[in-house]
Design a protein around this ligand. Structure first.
Ligand SMILES: Nc1ncnc2c1ncn2[C@@H]1O[C@H](COP(=O)(O)OP(=O)(O)OP(=O)(O)O)[C@@H](O)[C@H]1O
Length: 364
């Protein structure tokens, strides 16, 4: 999967940009606040319709403009497709080969992107919601059916919460049953994904860090025993819901289910959050991303595009070198932002382009 051309109009501080990236490495360099990250954000939007900065539509449209346009020409197996994303205050619209797209299934999978930004370290240190969001996005990009399972679950959860809040007990059992059934689907897909990446994660972590530390990733269901869940997943979730019934009615909200679950990042048997150094935490997150890349590569038979924001501030010199070596071996297209070209060793990479970004313009 390669992005052959990008065209931007009124996106953030980028007024009008047209660029032809190299098929391997692309480096956006320049001083702070010039528009480098905005360029990566635009590529991410083209693949996911979401901003990795969690920005609202109105924040992304260039100040003083009504609409942003992001266009990309993506080549896969010799076929090039044109993806166009229009953003305005009301929402986003997608066109694929100039035809409007209304179904998500039609859109996703045309441009697979994986992003690594400095903020992602918060995934290790921050609240469970950040880890769930990461996991859901990763599962969803490798399995479009997950989105349906997840949305169905969210609808049921919403209805059940309305009922709990109202204090009305009739009909609650039906929603509880549905919640357990759909919750199980969501959890099982998440577990499948974690199972799939476990080995890759260890391998990539060791490659990046140059160590043989033991790396694990564990799913931690809220108020539910994982062992029980593995033995009898539907039963375990229903059982946990029965146990919490009185408390749920008192608090007027659903306390058990995938919307409350968490993931434990574990290094050498200890929680990475409490005991990992900054370097270990960063390597772990990067290894997670590498695993995601491999999964996507296998599923789509084509590697995704990797976006690395402010890469050099993230890792120490050794880890940086290991990462570059790893990336050189992979046949994927990479976009990197940095404040100075000196930070990145492009030695031995023939197919690369560098772009100087200054005041919202790209100078070649
Ligand atoms: N909607 C918008 N319209 C116009 N300008 C915007 C908009 N949103 C953000 N900006 C501007 O974009 C610039 C930030 O760009 P960006 O985050 O890409 O910087 P950067 O080059 O990656 O810098 P750094 O190296 O500090 O991360 C800021 O000057 C900000 O004011």
């Amino acid at each position: 999967m390669k992005l052959n051309k990008i065209y931007l109009l009124s996106f953030r501080n980028l007024e009008k940009i047209e660029l032809t990236p190299a098929h391997r490495f692309n480096i956006f360099y320049g001083k702070n606040a010039q528009g480098k990250t905005n360029l990566l954000e635009s590529i991410f939007l083209l693949g996911t319709m979401k901003s990795f900065k969690m920005a609202k539509n109105s924040e992304m449209v260039r100040w003083g403009s009504d609409q942003s346009l992001i266009k990309g020409w993506v080549e896969r197996d010799g076929v090039t497709r044109e993806i166009a994303l229009f953003i305005d205050k009301q929402g986003k619209k997608i066109k694929l080969d100039r035809k409007s797209v209304t179904k998500v299934d039609e859109f996703f999978g045309n441009l697979n992107v994986v992003v690594f930004t400095p903020e992602e370290i918060n995934m290790v240190r921050g609240v469970p919601d950040l880890r769930r969001k990461y996991l859901d996005r990763a599962v969803f990009s490798s399995d479009v059916t997950y989105l349906h399972a997840y949305h169905d679950y969210c609808k049921i959860l919403k209805n059940r919460n309305i009922l709990l809040k109202s204090g009305e007990k009739s009909g609650l059992d039906v929603w509880t049953e549905k919640l357990a059934e759909y919750g199980r689907k969501v959890i099982n897909k998440r577990l499948d994904y974690l199972h799939e990446i476990q080995e890759l994660l260890s391998k990539f972590y060791n490659d990046i860090s140059g160590t043989e530390e033991v790396v694990e990733i564990r799913y931690r269901p809220h108020l539910m025993d994982m062992e029980n869940y593995e033995k009898d997943n539907c039963g375990a979730l229903s059982e946990a819901l029965v146990k919490c019934a009185a408390e749920e009615q008192r608090r007027g909200t659903t306390l058990v289910g995938p919307h409350r679950d968490d993931i434990d990042f574990v290094l050498n048997g200890r929680a990475l959050k409490q005991f990992g150094s900054q370097g270990q935490q960063r390597s772990y997150v990067l290894a997670l991303k590498m695993s995601e890349i491999d999964c996507l590569h296998q599923k789509f038979d084509s590697p995704p595009i990797l976006l690395l924001d402010d890469m050099t501030s993230e890792l120490d010199q050794d880890r940086n070198r290991n990462l570059m070596e790893f990336l050189k071996k992979k046949e994927m297209q990479v976009f990197i932002t940095t404040t100075s070209l000196q930070n990145i060793s492009l030695e031995g990479i023939e197919n690369h382009r560098t772009f100087l970004v200054s005041e919202g313009k790209v100078l070649h």
